[in-house]
Design a protein around this ligand. Structure first.
Ligand SMILES: [Zn+2]
Ligand SMILES: [Zn+2]
Length: 443
């Protein structure tokens, strides 16, 4: 039978299968009893040393994995995995014939072999065959890409996958998962990152306290990306070690974080009617001016444990509204712009007048009192809306989120009892307002 002919063509050189099997045997022989000769390695590293030897062996292991994928692909194509008297799943077939995978890794070989059947996965296939990407890393790349793919435009599929492959090859498969927001921001369809982060809000939870014995209680907390960024920015400085009289702070890092959380709550509650001022302006963000204007890309948090978290653009515009973050806006050359900073905040006096005028959240039907509200800019700060009373409106956290995510327009109108804020609850009404303003402006 000449069934293997296409394999030789692909390999690009002319070793037959029989010759290869002879060399596999030689390689096993070369490895056998290696422990008796490692002493011959010169000390001090280098390619001839132990480190170099380790690298060579690792390349063999990686190449072996790639070989197993190739074998499984053919077995799947021929139907050998499911044929015969005992029907097996592909994973069972791999475990039966590659017993080392009983300790794990069979599923990765199967998922990579299956993925190579799809043309879109060509960059992964090339990296595996070149020995750049071990099979298990390739399996993570494939599964991450499957989740990302529907959120990417067609022309962005390949660059996104190539980025994932490069990251997995350089920094391992874990890095691949972390880079998801970056890839969505860079290659995603319009609003892909925003939609994903907005969806994360639905998973926010804080459990009831569970009695953990000995007078302690356990909570389970789930946050979205924004919630995590805000909490970490507040906890960061509060949970730093605090030496007393030159003696080291012996509290564990988790203990310090727990103490810091209680401090935060105490302060917020004690602040009462003067809520929150001390805890604002703790989150530093960088974002490009163009991205901010066009609602694209993502902002990146700076400083502390939580550095490098990507936040979706509309989230950033909302956070900037109330001065709970310090945005660092970067020009096209990466230079820091001091754009819009001086007029970003409502002053304390202005905020008090807003409290008087609005009496609390201005969203229709909401009863939230003023100390639990943000001062929203009706024409957003990012659109150069001024910080004056005619452009301000109090909104509670939840309605502030809705006003930004649904792009709602509000205006200050004269009512029977003085000025009040009126909202247009049609999705996108804010964009219409912007268009009207642009039309009025002299060119
Ligand atoms: Zn706002
Ligand atoms: Zn509200």
């Amino acid at each position: 039978m000449e069934g293997n002919q296409h394999h030789d063509e692909q390999a690009g050189h002319c070793l037959s299968l029989a010759e290869r099997r002879e060399r596999f045997a030689a390689a096993r022989e070369a490895l056998h009893g290696l422990d008796a000769v490692t002493w011959q390695c010169p000390s001090g590293g280098g390619p001839d040393g132990l480190a170099g030897l380790m690298e060579e062996l690792d390349a063999l292991v990686t190449a072996g994995g790639a070989g197993q994928v190739a074998v499984l692909r053919d077995a799947l194509q021929r139907g050998e995995t499911s044929g015969g008297s005992a029907a097996m799943t592909p994973t069972q077939w791999v475990r039966a014939h590659a017993p080392s995978t009983k300790a794990g890794g069979a599923a990765a070989i199967v998922s990579v072999a299956t993925a190579f059947g799809k043309a879109v996965n060509q960059p992964v296939k090339e990296a595996v065959e070149a020995g750049r990407l071990p099979v298990r890393s390739a399996a993570t790349v494939v599964s991450e890409f499957e989740k990302l793919s529907p959120l990417l435009g067609d022309p962005m599929q390949e660059p996104a996958l190539t980025t994932l492959v490069d990251i997995a090859a350089d920094d391992g498969p874990q890095a691949c998962r972390k880079v998801r927001p970056f890839i969505l921001a860079r290659y995603g369809l319009e609003d892909a990152l925003q939609k994903e982060q907005d969806a994360g809000k639905a998973f926010i939870r804080l459990s009831q306290p569970a009695d953990a014995g000995a007078g302690t209680f356990e909570y389970r907390l789930t946050l979205d990306v924004e919630g995590k960024a805000i909490l970490e920015a507040a906890l960061g400085p509060l949970s730093a070690p605090k030496p007393v009289d030159g003696e080291r702070d012996l509290r564990s890092s988790d203990r310090r974080r727990g103490d810091a959380l209680i401090t935060l709550v105490r302060r917020a509650v004690a602040a009462g009617d003067e809520a929150g001022k001390t805890n604002k302006t703790t989150l530093l963000l960088t974002m490009s001016y163009d991205d901010l204007k066009d609602r694209l890309g993502a902002a990146t948090t700076l400083g502390g444990l939580d550095a490098g978290t990507h936040l979706a653009p509309e989230t950033v515009r909302r956070l900037c509204c109330d001065g709970s973050v310090i945005p660092i806006v970067l020009g096209s050359g990466g230079e820091v712009m001091d754009w819009g900073v001086e007029k970003r905040f409502f002053t304390d006096a202005q905020t008090k007048r807003l409290w008087l005028r609005d009496g609390g959240c201005t969203y229709p039907g909401c009863q939230a009192p003023p100390q639990w509200t943000d001062a929203h800019h009706l024409v957003h700060w990012a659109d150069l809306g001024p910080s004056d009373l005619a452009n301000g409106a109090l909104l509670c956290e939840r309605h502030h989120t809705i006003v930004h995510s649904r792009r709602l327009a509000g205006r200050v109108v004269q009512g029977p009892f003085g000025e009040r804020v009126e909202w247009d609850l049609t999705r996108g009404s804010y964009d219409e307002l912007l268009a009207q303003r642009a039309a009025q402006e002299p060119a």
